[in-house]
Write a protein that binds this ligand. Structure first.
Ligand code: PGA
Length: 253
């Protein structure tokens, strides 16, 4: 049995003040929810404040990105060690906005995954095809490349502990989510490749989240799919009430 994860990606939203106010309200709303890992990924500036505001609650914290080096002359970057010390337990890697707007490659993703694991963070590795790739029937090839190159060199037990987020780029922030069937098809393919390349145990244990316009009214149908182990939620994670509804429905199949 895989424990589901509902993770909120706040992107470049919420000041420290707003992030603390969210966390104080949200932790009350999810305090009696069991059987699900609840994660929020604030901007770096608010990360430690959210860790403090979430202390002794079910809410864990993720970074939205990291650099693969431990420290050094890398203006504007933060390392796994810094995130870990600030109280993060997870880190989002390879989000499509990082790939598209900041030129991240699968090779960069791979180095970041290795660094995150070395720094005791659980990577949430984002993969997914663009609309053009889907319309030209290249979805599965794109996913294969992103998995193969992004997870290159990892051991089976490292992959077993990973979280993979399937986020079709055309569904992110567009209000146009994948149908539960489209999500299941992609998730089953991803798990199949993990099985082929890293073995049955890795495939059975690694959590695969769906992301892209997840809302309180569609989480239930997505979670009903056997290979959808939760969600990575953008816009709908900014409101404590709405996000807690997603956590509640996402905690069960
Ligand atoms: P969205 O974003 O839920 O606003 O579509 C998802 C994401 O970018 O992770």
């Amino acid at each position: 049995m895989r424990t589901p994860i509902i993770a909120g990606n706040w992107k470049m939203y919420k000041t420290v003040h707003e992030a603390i106010a969210f966390t104080k309200e949200f932790r009350q709303l999810v305090k009696d929810v069991h059987g699900v890992e609840v994660v929020v990924a604030p901007p770096f500036t608010a990360l430690h404040a959210v860790v403090e505001a979430a202390r002794s609650s079910p809410v864990a914290v993720a970074g939205q990105n990291l650099h693969w080096e431990r420290d050094g002359a890398f203006t504007g970057e933060v390392s796994a060690a810094m995130l870990h010390e600030a109280g993060a337990e997870y880190v989002i890697i390879g989000h499509s906005e990082r790939r598209r707007l900041f030129g991240e490659t699968d090779g960069n993703v791979n180095r970041k995954v290795v660094a995150a694991l070395a720094g005791e963070l659980t990577p949430i590795v984002c993969i997914g095809e663009t609309l053009e790739e889907r319309e030209s029937s290249r979805t599965l090839d794109v996913l294969d490349r992103q998995i193969k190159e992004g997870l290159d060199g990892l051991s089976a037990s490292q992959v077993a502990g990973l979280v993979i987020a399937y986020e079709p780029v055309w569904a992110i922030g567009t209000g146009r989510n994948a149908t539960p069937q489209q999500a299941q098809e992609a998730h089953a393919h991803i798990r199949g490749r993990v099985r082929q390349w890293f073995g049955a145990e890795a495939a059975d244990k690694c959590r695969i989240l769906y992301g892209g316009s997840v809302k309180p009214d569609n989480i239930r149908d997505l979670r009903a799919q056997p290979d959808v182990d939760g969600a990575l939620v953008g816009g709908a994670s900014l409101d404590p009430k709405g996000f807690s509804a997603i956590v509640r429905d996402g905690s069960r199949r």
